[in-house]
Design a protein around this ligand. Structure first.
Ligand code: JD8
Length: 264
């Protein structure tokens, strides 16, 4: 896969891509990632990439010429990309499904905006996908681009050593992960749940599955609304819901447990 990143902060992007799983994928030739300094595509002495907004208002807007030239240079060198992604708060929410879609493309470009954003003619003429990584305001598109690249590259065959890790990813199955423990069995008085050291693989599986339901019910009930669950899974989710409700009642102060006497 070929990925080209266009940014005014190439060192910021390169530094993040120089470590970890993505760096190894680059070394192994699974990904050919190039970072392009937008200022290299300016033609004035000051290497200007921004200008005041037409119509007035605060901040600056990224000029179209350097962005067009940068993407045209990528096309000249590598051929036409399958997608030109612009990171922007106005984009469609980036998700695991979007990562899977991009992971199937042979080549894409990511444009990182700064300032108030990019001239709309860039969006209209060269951008194919506007993406946002979430509902919070960042100072630019570099961190979002790194998030997208990280999520996409780890899906490429051979990048994550154990294929099970990718297949079992929580957002692949639409439920949260179970709790993880490693040695020592007791750390500062805190013990690992007995079931995990019992050697009963069936019981371990069941405990993990119920922990996944529990966490998803408690932290991300929205995921369960849309998850495609079998009847058996639905029943198990309901059991865990009831278990949580029982615990909730057990934790109420004594005397407040009875119902029907609230009027007295
Ligand atoms: C690109 C400029 C900053 C945005 C004025 C300060 C994505 N989830 C996300 N949050 N923020 C961004 C993002 C922010 C960006 C740019 C992405 C380019 N800014 C601007 C508009 C308001 N500021 C993002 N993906």
């Amino acid at each position: 896969m070929e990925i080209d990143v266009v940014t005014i902060f190439p060192r910021m992007v390169e530094a993040s891509l120089a470590e970890g799983v993505v760096a190894r994928a680059c070394e192994n030739g699974v990904v050919d990632l190039k970072v392009h300094d937008l200022r290299e595509y300016t033609d004035d002495r000051h290497r200007t990439v921004d200008d005041v907004p037409y119509g007035g208002g605060p901040g600056m807007v990224m000029k179209p010429e350097p962005l067009f030239r940068a993407v045209e240079a990528v096309v000249a060198k590598r051929g036409a990309p399958s997608a030109v992604v612009l990171m922007t708060p106005q984009g469609r929410p980036f998700s695991h499904a979007e990562a899977e879609r991009l992971s199937k493309l042979p080549r894409f470009v990511v444009i990182c905006g700064r300032y108030e954003g990019v001239d709309e003619r860039v969006t209209d003429a060269i951008v194919t996908d506007e993406l946002s990584i979430g509902d919070y305001v960042l100072t630019g598109g570099e961190l979002p681009a790194l998030v997208v690249i990280d999520a996409v590259v780890r899906l490429l065959p051979g990048v994550v050593g154990d294929a099970r890790s990718v297949a079992e990813d929580s957002f692949v199955r639409g439920v949260l992960d179970y709790p993880h423990y490693t040695r020592p069995a007791v750390f500062r008085g805190m013990a690992v749940p007995d079931v995990l050291t019992s050697g009963h693989h069936g019981e371990i599986e069941k405990w993990r599955r119920r922990q996944q339901w529990r966490r998803t019910i408690e932290r991300r009930p929205d995921l369960l609304e849309t998850a495609a669950l079998t009847d058996a899974q639905r029943r198990e989710v309901d059991e865990v819901r009831q278990e949580i409700a029982r615990e909730g009642r057990a934790n109420l102060p004594s005397g407040s447990k009875e119902s029907g006497d609230e009027g007295d």
